[in-house]
Each structure stands twice: as C-alpha cells, then as structure tokens.
Design a protein around this ligand. Structure first.
Ligand code: NPW
Ligand code: ATP
Ligand code: MG
Length: 373
C-alpha cells in the first residue's frame, strides 16, 4: 500500500508539469499499471515481502515480446544513450549496441562532437548525435554565449525526447562541469516527459552530487558498481557500506532517494526500490574486463521498456502480466541475461574474453531462454 501511495503522490507531482498529450498517456498508463483496477495487493505483498533470489529466466520469458509481424519499427523499443566524450567512446557504444542486440529497434547516442565520428565508425546501426559540448570547446565564450550553447544542446535533445522509451545516462560521459550541467537539464526534461532513465557511470557522479535530480522519480534506475555505490551510501546515508547488512542498507538507500530503483552490481547483483530487495546470483564469468556494466545499463533500458509495454498492452487486460514494478523486472532480466552471456562468452574465449565477446553472446543467451519462434 505504501508503494501505491508513494506512486500516487509521485504521479501527482509529475502531473503538475502541464503535460502534453503523450505525457498524459504515459501518466494514465503509470496509474493503471501501478495502482489501477488490476492492482493485486496479494501479488504485490508476495513480491515485496523479502529478499530472495529472483527467477530471472522466468521474468525474461515473460517480458520479452514475441516477434509479431504486425508490429512496426520502433515498437520493440527506442533507446537513447547520453554519453561519450574525448576519453571514452567504448562505453556508450557498448550500452547502445547491447540494446540493439537484445532486440530494441532503434538505438541513439547523444555525445560530444569529438566522440561522434569514432562511435559512428564502430557501427552503422547506431544513430549518433554530436550535440554535447565540453568546457574546452567553449572556453573563449562569454557567459551569455555559454548559456546559448547550453540552450542549443537542450533543444537538440528535447526534439527527440518524447520518442524514447528509455534513456541511459552516463556511460563514458566524463566529468566536465559544463557538460554535466547540460546533462542535469536533460534529466529534468526526461522527468517532464515521463521518460524512464537508467543512470550509470559518470551519470552517477552527477547524481551523487545532486541527489534531487532523481529523488522521488519512480522511473529512475541507478546501476552503481562498487565505487559508485560506496560514494552514494556515503553521501545519502552518511555512513560506510556495511556488507553484513547489505540488503537493509540498499533498501534504506533506495527509500531515502524516494523510491528510485537501485541495482547494486557485484558478485551477486542486488536490486531494490526501497520496498523489496531481489538478488540475481546466476554464475557469470570470472573475467572483470571493463565495459560489462555498460552492457548492463543498455540492457536494463530495453527490458524496463518491455516490462512497461507488457503492462500497458492488451495482454495485461487478461491479467496475465506480472504485478511487480517494471523497473525491478527490467533490472532482474538484464542482470540475468548479462550473466548468462558472460558465462557463454567465457566458455568460448576463456582468459581472452572481452566485452565485445559478451555482446556477441547476448542474442544466443536470450534465444536459449526465450526462443524467437
Ligand atoms: N571502454 C570504455 O570506454 C569504458 C569506459 N568506462 C567509463 O569510464 C568512466 C569511469 O568509470 P569507472 O568504472 O572506471 O569509474 P569508477 O567506478 O570510479 O572506477 C575507477 C577506479 O576504481 C577502481 N575500481 C573499480 N572497480 C573496483 C572494484 N570492484 N573494487 C575495487 N576498486 C575498483 C579502479 O581503480 P584501480 O583499481 O585502478 O585503482 C578503477 O579504475 C565512466 O564514464 C565509464 O562509463 C567504463 O564503462 C569501462 C569501459
Ligand atoms: N565479483 C563479481 N562476480 C561476478 N560477477 C560480477 C562481479 N562483479 C561484477 N559482476 C557482474 O558484472 C556486471 C558489471 O559489473 P561491474 O561492477 O563490472 O560494473 P562497472 O564497473 O560499472 O563496469 P564498466 O567497466 O562497464 O564500467 C554486473 O552486472 C555483475 O553482474
Ligand atoms: Mg561502469
């Protein structure tokens, strides 16, 4: 019930933003999904009651849509990654290509001008927007001109915002202050349009320093690694990470940030929205090469979109969709699939397993669990 009330109050807050018609549709969908006539307290209480190992395979089977010939391009998901700068071009590519490899129809990347040609050259499948600016490229500008540049950046992203099913904010973003200020405005835009977002990498650096950017937004998912989690706990809970109370601490953290969903990455992935805590411990791979978290953030975006779609689609009218929060379902599905793909890639490549090898195994791993036909 607590969940229901907090969702209603969050929606109330979101409603005060004079929404457009597509925003209204999203709001109505949220209300129907989380609090509507299909609201089943028994199912919800069961789902929320304890920390337990999630049945990731069953969730993957439930939320992965069938390949229906009647569906048109875009219906399987339109994802956008906000990330990619001079230093990092791999991370946004990994997140964006993983979304496509899992089954999303369109994957965009909004990055800096330097990063764009590099990311484009990795793959013609991605739609790359060279719109973000770092301080060095505007160092000679007056304050007024800097503001104009910022408005232009926000305008470029805003043109697309309502078309996206989910954003991934942060892989390879870097920590340039001017760029991060623009990204904080992009988060506000996403909230205004009620677009879910996954925050990872340097996006978590931004959010840790400005928690209000995500606080009480029920469609925000944070995916911290060990360092990012430590910094969040220190900032929000004002204490150190306590492994003995890992689940309680994660639940408190998510609750303190107003019920956002947090996926704490590690030996076991732990997922909480401040009410329930679920774990995914399927055996993955002993290789810890960089970039696996980026696969995860792109995957969460797709599965979250599919879980939401399932709840709003005709299947939900038959009361056959699961009652849990789509963000939690998306995290469980993504974590389970990444671990399966990592295990498969490791079986093939052993010590030389790289992130690209794991990405190549995403399709086969999903096919094993949820065959296309
Ligand atoms: N190919 C690319 O373009 C990629 C780009 N990426 C992008 O890089 C950006 C920064 O992200 P990040 O992950 O490097 O930052 P953060 O977590 O602060 O780690 C910094 C340092 O912390 C340590 N450390 C890490 N894990 C640890 C552990 N388990 N236990 C203990 N220590 C641990 C370790 O330090 P060391 O051990 O070397 O002292 C590590 O070097 C971000 O934008 C991200 O998206 C990546 O996605 C990778 C692929
Ligand atoms: N010790 C571990 N044992 C098994 N799996 C792990 C371990 N640590 C992380 N993972 C898995 O690897 C995935 C990526 O987590 P990781 O902590 O490497 O993220 P990250 O540091 O953000 O990665 P990236 O290099 O992309 O930034 C997680 O989903 C988790 O399932
Ligand atoms: Mg990372």
């Amino acid at each position: 019930m607590l969940v229901k009330h907090s969702v209603i109050s969050n929606i109330g807050r979101l409603s005060s933003l004079s929404p457009s018609s597509s925003v209204l549709r999203r709001q109505q969908f949220l209300v129907r999904t989380l609090c509507g006539s299909r609201f089943n307290p028994l199912k919800l209480i069961r789902a929320m009651s304890s920390t337990s190992e999630a049945d990731a395979e069953s969730i993957l089977r439930t939320i992965t849509p069938s390949l229906d010939p009647k569906r048109h391009k875009g219906q399987a998901g339109k994802i956008a990654v906000i990330g990619g700068c001079r230093e990092y071009t791999g991370a946004p590519y990994f997140a964006a290509i993983s979304a496509l490899k899992i089954g999303a129809d369109l994957s965009h990347v909004f990055c800096t001008k330097d990063a764009a040609p590099v990311i484009k050259s990795y793959s013609p499948e991605l739609i790359v927007h060279p719109v973000l600016e770092e301080s060095y490229s505007i160092s000679e500008f007056s304050e007024e001109d800097k503001r104009k540049v910022q408005d232009k950046v926000i305008g470029e992203v805003d043109k697309w915002m309502e078309r996206f099913d989910c954003l991934v904010i942060g892989p390879g973003l870097g920590r340039d202050p001017f760029l991060l200020e623009c990204v904080s405005k992009i988060m506000l835009l996403a909230k205004k349009s009620i677009v879910p977002f996954v925050v990872d990498g340097d996006g978590l650096f931004l959010v840790t320093n400005s928690v209000d950017l995500v606080k009480s937004y029920p469609l925000a998912v944070l995916t911290p690694n060990v360092n990012e989690y430590k910094r969040l706990v220190q900032k929000v809970l004002n204490c150190e990470v306590d492994e003995q109370k890992a689940e309680d601490q994660l639940r408190s953290l998510a609750k303190q940030i107003g019920g956002v969903t947090i996926l704490r990455k590690g030996k076991s992935d732990l997922i909480s929205n401040g009410e329930t805590v679920k774990s995914v411990s399927i055996y993955g791979s002993p290789r810890r090469c960089g970039g696996q978290g980026d696969i995860l953030s792109g995957s969460v975006a797709v599965f979250l979109s599919w879980a939401q779609q399932l709840k709003s689609g005709p299947e939900s009218q038959k009361n056959s969709s699961p009652s849990e929060n789509p963000a939690i379902l998306g995290c469980i599905a993504a974590s389970g699939l990444l671990r399966k793909a990592a295990a498969l890639a490791f079986a093939k490549h052993k010590r030389s397993t790289l992130t690209s090898d794991i990405i190549e195994c995403l399709g086969e791993s999903l096919e094993d669990i949820s065959p296309a036909s």
